[in-house]
Every structure is written in C-alpha cells, then in structure tokens.
Design a protein around this ligand. Structure first.
Ligand code: HEM
Length: 125
C-alpha cells in the first residue's frame, strides 16, 4: 500500500523541479564574480545583487522597480534570490533580469546551479 505523504512528496518534486542543471561553458556576462566582490556594491549609487547565482547590477533599475527602491536596497551587495522568488515575480520580470546581468558566482559559491543538481522550474536558463 502506498502511504499518502510519499504520493504528495512525489507530486511536489514534479512541480518544483524541471530538469538537471547544465552549467554553461561560458558564464553569463562572461565574468566570474565572488560574493565578497558583490558585497562591496551595496549603495544606492552602486548596487549589485545575486539572484539564482547570477550577479545583477541594478543601480539604474532602483528607481524603476514597481516594488520600490527601498526593498531592493535591503539586498544591496547580498543574495536576493529567496526574496525575489517569494515576491512572486511574473515571467516578464524574470526575463527582464537579463538586462542587468553582469556575471555569475564561482561554482564553489553557487547554491541554485550546482553541477548535476536539480534546477528549479522557474529560474532563468
Ligand atoms: C533585482 C531584480 C528585480 C527585478 C528585475 C524586479 C522586477 C519587478 C517587476 C517587473 C515587478 C512588477 C510585477 C511583476 O511583473 O512581477 C516587480 C514587483 C515587485 N517586486 Fe521586484 N524585481 C526585482 C527584485 C525584487 C526583490 C529583491 C524584491 C524583494 C522582496 C522585490 C519585490 C517586489 C514586490 C514586493 C513587488 C510588487 C509590487 C506591487 O505590486 O506593489 N523585487 N518587481
């Protein structure tokens, strides 16, 4: 007999994960940037954030963000992945990240895009 929790778990894993991570040969933005370097860019006139292991320079986007600049500044120089995901951004918002991409974390510092790890279905390719 199959118990209920394992059916639910199997279902959840199908909707949460789409495929295995394939690391790109050339890093997006063609630049590897460490968390330490990101942490120096934590001001309103120099603001970088990490979302799903990629680094975005959102300095010019702060005042355009529909959710306001204050909320973004809370993550200046830091990892904003969970906050970004938790705010339920649209597919269009996810796509617009591309505009601000400047690099990617070194493999040892990644938490969403580990080699052969499962990839969340709603993170950008
Ligand atoms: C840095 C990359 C980000 C981009 C490009 C971005 C983009 C957007 C866009 C386009 C919207 C309009 C609604 C939508 O299309 O989903 C939005 C809304 C919103 N964002 Fe962001 N966002 C970013 C980061 C964040 C972060 C880190 C947070 C932190 C919690 C956040 C919180 C919100 C909230 C609360 C709204 C809803 C505003 C409202 O409807 O009143 N965003 N964002």
């Amino acid at each position: 007999m199959v118990d209920t929790p394992s059916i639910i778990n199997a279902f959840l894993s199908v909707i949460k994960y789409k495929s295995q991570v394939k690391l790109s040969k050339v890093a997006p933005g063609e630049r590897i940037i460490t968390l330490e370097e990101v942490s120096w860019h934590d001001k309103h006139n120099d603001c970088w954030v990490v979302i799903y292991d990629r680094i975005y320079d959102i300095t010019d986007f702060l005042n355009e963000h529909p959710g306001g600049s204050d909320i973004l500044l809370e993550y200046a120089g830091r990892d904003a992945s969970v906050a970004f995901r938790g705010s339920g951004h649209s597919a269009q918002a996810i796509k617009s990240l591309e505009e601000y991409l400047i690099g990617e974390l070194p493999t040892a510092e990644r938490i969403f895009r580990k080699q052969n790890g499962y990839r969340l279905s709603d993170i950008p390719n």
